[in-house]
Write a protein that binds this ligand. Structure first.
Ligand code: CO
Length: 199
């Protein structure tokens, strides 16, 4: 028997980015119930990992923590090194999705791989902050909300979905070799079986 982890003990002190095909990237993350200091310390540590890796978003499964948490800083993309708009999203869900939009995406867990992904154009994101307060954010990607792409990518991670899952077969062929390289690197590092995408 294994005791269920408590919220506090679930958070590593020093979270580390994991790459595909780490199995944590394929698990459905569990809801956050305790809005406590260990949660807030973990969120701060996630920003540290995201900044070090120069990302605009990072989900908890990307540091092998299966909790419904992600952080973003979409303002980083604009080329101004001082621009920042840090946000924390806990237990997020999408509502009232409308339209479609296509953007090129990359993922810190898939270094060197980029692909065009179809997403919702407009939607409402409901989520809790690090104190448990509820928020609703209406986003319009075509209207300029790049954050709308980031949050859909990160929300997928909480359901064990990665951006390459959205590709048509012909698109996947274009990145297949790079995906194989990541699988080979994982095996050579002694990572075991992993959770591979397709064969
Ligand atoms: Co990602």
């Amino acid at each position: 028997m294994v005791a269920a982890p408590t919220a506090s003990s679930a958070y590593p002190r020093d979270p580390t980015l994991v790459h595909y095909p780490h199995p944590a990237l394929r698990q459905r993350a569990v809801e956050v119930a305790d809005f406590d200091d260990p949660l807030r310390a973990f969120c701060r540590a996630m920003f540290g990992v995201m900044d070090a890796e120069k990302g605009v978003g990072l989900a908890a499964p990307q540091v092998a923590v299966s909790r419904r948490i992600f952080v973003t800083d979409h303002a980083k993309r604009k080329g101004d090194p001082d621009a920042s708009d840090r946000r924390i999203f806990i237990n997020p869900r999408l509502e009232d999705c409308q339209g479609e939009t296509v953007h090129e995406e990359g993922c810190l867990s898939f270094p060197g791989i980029y692909a065009k992904v179809k997403r919702h154009d407009r939607f409402t994101l409901r989520y809790q902050d690090e104190h448990g307060r509820e928020h609703a954010l209406r986003l319009d990607v075509a209207g300029g909300d790049f954050l709308g792409i980031v949050v859909q990518h990160e929300l997928d991670h909480l359901d064990g979905v990665v951006f390459l899952d959205h590709l048509a077969p012909a698109q996947f062929e274009m990145v297949r070799r790079r995906v194989r390289d990541l699988e080979d690197g994982w095996r050579k590092a002694g990572g075991g079986k992993g959770a591979v995408l397709r064969r």
